[in-house]
Design a protein around this ligand. Structure first.
Ligand code: ATP
Ligand code: MG
Length: 582
C-alpha cells in the first residue's frame, strides 16, 4: 500500500449520481479525463483485466478467434452501410491532414465484414466467429454514471459468418450459451430479454440486462416466462369489433377541454354515457411530433392512442430510430398547420389522405370497430362515437404507448411485471444486411455465389466493471466478488511496532507463496484509516494483525458479509487460503 499508486478520497465527485461511480472514483480505481471519458488506475485496471479474461476464455471456448481492429477508421465502409449518416451526432468524425474523412469506431460490423470478404471466398471457410476486445467511441447524448455510459468504453464485439440461415441459428445459440457462461461468472443478477435491434437492422435479438434498480432500461416479465425490453413489447392486438349498431358519429360541445382529464369531466357532465361513466380509456388522444432523421428533412407524425396511456419516449425512440431527432410539436409547428386545433385534434385532419397529409399511426388497440371520443378539430368540440374503420382509417399502427404492470404478455403467458436493468450484452442475428451492403459473398456447395449471413454479439466490458461495483458495493465502499477483485486479500498491520510489521510481512510473503494476491497495508497510518481504506477498496478478505498478535491471534474479515472471525496466527495462512479458494 505504501507504494501502490492510489489515493482514496473523502468526498464523492460532484457529478457522481450512482454509488458505483462514486466509489470507483473515491477508491482510486478510475479518474475522469473529460465528460464520459475515464482513465484506469492500477486497481481499476486489474478488475478490468479480470473481466476481459473471463470474456476471452468463454469466447475461445466456442472457437471464436481474437483479432484487433483499429479504433480510427475510414469513412467509406460506413458510408456503404449508411451508418456514416445514420449514426447522426453519435459518432466522432475527424479529418486527416489531407482532408480525408475518418471516424472513431462505435462498433465494427463493417470492418469485420470487409476483412472476411478480403480473405474468404468459399462455404468451406465457414462457419467463422471472430471477436475483439476493443475501445469504442460514441458521442452519447447523455454520458452517465462514469464508466457505465461512457463516450469512450471497452466492448467485446464478436461476429459470426455463416453460409445459410440454419448456420446462423447455430452460431447464435453458441454465442448465447457463451454469454450465459460469461454473465454467470461475472457476479451480478441478470435477465435475458427480447430486444429491438435499433440501428443495426436485422431481426432476432436478445439483451442481457443486469438487474439494477437505477438502470436506464425497463424490462417486463410474465409468470409464464415472457421477458422483453419494454422497447420490444408488443400489444396483443384485439379482434375487430362489429359496429353495425353504432350510432353515427356526433360532434358535441366540450368547452375548455384541452386535456384528457378535463375532457372526461366535461363529457360526463354534458353528454353522459348511456351506461356507466366515460373514462380516459374511452378517449382517443392524438399527439404530434416533429421527426428529423440525421441529415434529412423534418416531418410531422401524429400518434393516436387511448387517452389513459402516455407515449413512452423510449418506445417511440426504439420505433423511429435512436438517431432520429424527435421533438413534440412547438407553437411554430402548430402555426404552420392551422388545421390542427391544439387540444382538439382528431383523426379528421390526420393521415396521408387528409388535408394535412400528416402521417397518422395509432396504438394497436385502436382496431376496426372501436368507438372513440376524440377531437373534432374545432375549438371547444369533441366528436363522440367515432368508429375506427368506418369514420377514420389510420395509416398504420405503432408500438409506443407506455407498457403498464398488469398488461397482458403478448404471448398469453400472463400479466406483465416491470423492473429496471442495465444492458450488459446484446446478441443479434444481423442476417445479410451488412454482407449485402459490402458485397460479402462466397461460393456455396453448388458453386453458386451466395450472400453470407451474420450475427453480431456485444458485451460491455468496461460497463461490466461498473455493474459489478454497483451490484456489490455498500455504504462503506466497494466489495468485489472474489473472481474480479484486484487482490484476494488486504492485509492490515494495525500497529507500528517492528515485531508486528515483521510478522505481517512474513504472512504477506507466505500468502503470496501460496498464490494468493495480497495487498499489504504497510503504511504508517492509524489502524482506523487503514480499516476505512480496506472497506473502500473492497478486497473480499481483510486480515488484521494487531494488538492481539501478542496472544497469537489475528482477525479475518469478510468484506461482503461483514463477518469477522478470530484465527490463531499459526493457522492463518491455511485459513485464508481456504477462504480465498472457497
Ligand atoms: P445502450 O442501449 O445501453 O446504449 P446499445 O444498445 O447502444 O446500449 P450495443 O450497441 O448493443 O449497445 O453495444 C453492445 C454493448 O456495449 C452494450 O450491451 C453495452 O453493454 C455496451 N455499451 C454500449 N454503449 C456503451 C457506453 N456508452 N458505455 C459503456 N458501455 C456501452
Ligand atoms: Mg447506445
Amino acid at each position: 500500500m505504501s507504494e501502490l499508486f492510489v489515493r482514496t478520497l473523502r468526498e464523492a465527485p460532484a457529478d457522481a449520481e450512482v454509488p458505483s461511480h462514486q466509489w470507483l472514483v473515491r477508491a482510486g480505481y478510475i479518474r475522469r479525463a473529460a465528460p464520459g471519458i475515464y482513465s484506469w488506475l492500477p486497481l481499476g485496471l486489474k478488475v478490468l483485466r479480470k473481466v476481459e479474461a473471463i470474456v476471452r476464455e468463454e469466447m475461445e471456448a466456442i472457437g471464436a478467434q481474437e483479432v484487433s481492429f483499429p479504433a480510427l477508421l475510414p469513412k467509406e465502409p460506413y458510408e456503404a452501410s449508411n451508418r456514416w449518416t445514420d449514426y447522426g451526432d453519435s459518432i466522432f468524425r475527424l479529418k486527416d491532414r489531407k482532408g480525408g474523412d475518418y471516424l472513431l469506431g462505435p462498433t465494427h460490423e463493417e470492418m469485420f465484414t470487409l476483412l472476411v470478404k478480403d480473405l474468404y471466398s468459399s462455404y468451406k471457410d465457414l462457419p467463422l466467429s471472430l471477436y475483439q476486445v476493443q475501445t469504442k467511441y460514441r458521442d452519447e447524448a447523455r454520458p452517465r454514471a462514469g464508466i457505465l455510459r461512457g463516450r469512450e468504453f471497452i466492448m467485446k464485439d464478436a461476429y459470426s459468418f455463416d453460409v445459410d440461415d440454419a448456420g446462423l441459428q447455430a452460431s447464435y445459440q453458441r454465442h448465447r450459451e457463451a454469454y450465459i457462461r460469461i454473465f454467470d461468472r461475472l457476479g451480478f443478477e441478470y435477465v435475458i430479454v427480447q430486444a429491438t435491434s435499433g440501428a443495426m437492422g436485422g431481426s432476432a435479438s436478445e439483451e442481457f440486462l443486469a438487474v439494477l434498480a437505477n438502470g436506464e432500461d425497463t424490462y417486463v416479465r410474465s409468470p409464464g416466462g415472457y421477458a422483453a425490453n419494454v422497447e420490444a413489447v408488443t400489444v396483443p392486438v384485439p379482434e375487430a369489433l362489429p359496429y353495425d349498431d353504432a350510432p353515427a358519429a356526433h360532434v358535441e360541445d366540450t368547452p375548455d377541454s384541452t386535456t384528457i382529464t378535463t375532457l372526461v369531466e366535461a363529457a360526463n357532465r354534458l353528454h353522459p354515457k348511456a351506461e356507466g361513466e366515460w373514462t380516459a380509456a374511452d378517449t382517443l388522444k392524438n399527439v404530434l411530433f416533429m421527426i428529423t432523421p440525421p441529415g434529412g428533412e423534418s416531418e410531422a407524425l401524429a400518434v393516436g392512442l387511448p387517452g389513459d396511456r402516455e407515449v413512452d419516449a423510449k418506445r417511440l425512440e426504439a420505433q423511429i430510430g435512436e438517431e432520429v431527432a424527435i421533438e413534440p410539436f412547438t407553437d411554430e409547428d402548430f402555426a404552420r398547420h392551422p388545421e390542427l386545433i391544439k387540444g382538439y385534434i382528431g383523426p379528421g385532419v390526420l393521415g396521408s389522405e387528409s388535408k394535412t397529409k400528416i402521417k397518422y399511426l395509432v396504438d394497436p388497440r385502436v382496431v376496426t370497430g372501436t368507438r372513440w371520443v376524440t377531437g373534432a378539430d374545432a375549438e371547444g368540440q369533441h366528436v363522440f362515437d367515432l368508429v375506427c374503420g368506418r369514420d377514420f382509417t389510420p395509416d398504420g399502427t405503432i408500438e409506443v404507448a407506455e407498457v403498464r404492470a398488469g398488461d397482458p404478455a403478448p404471448d398469453g403467458s400472463g400479466p406483465l411485471e416491470l423492473a429496471r436493468g442495465i444492458e450488459m450484452g446484446h446478441i443479434f442475428q444481423l442476417g445479410r444486411t451488412y454482407a449485402e451492403a459490402l458485397g460479402l459473398k462466397v461460393l456455396d456447395q453448388n458453386g453458386k455465389l451466395v450472400t453470407v449471413t451474420m450475427g453480431s454479439y456485444g458485451v460491455g466490458v468496461s460497463r461490466a466493471v461498473a455493474a459489478v461495483a454497483e451490484y456489490s458495493c455498500d455504504d462503506k465502499g466497494l466489495a468485489w466478488p472474489r473472481q474480479l477483485a484486484p487482490f484476494d486479500v488486504q492485509l492490515v498491520a494495525a500497529g507500528k511496532d517492528a515485531a508486528l510489521l515483521e510478522k505481517a510481512q512474513q504472512v504477506a510473503q507466505e500468502l503470496a507463496d501460496r498464490g494468493i494476491e495480497v495487498l499489504f497495508d504497510d503504511r504508517k497510518a492509524s489502524p482506523g484509516v487503514k480499516f476505512a481504506d480496506a472497506e473502500i477498496l473492497g478486497m473480499p478478505t481483510t486480515v488484521v494483525l494487531g494488538k492481539r498478535l501478542a496472544d497469537g491471534m489475528a482477525e479475518v474479515r469478510d468484506r461482503a458479509t461483514g463477518e469477522a472471525v478470530d484465527v490463531a496466527v499459526d493457522d492463518l495462512v491455511e485459513h485464508v487460503v481456504a477462504a480465498v479458494r472457497g
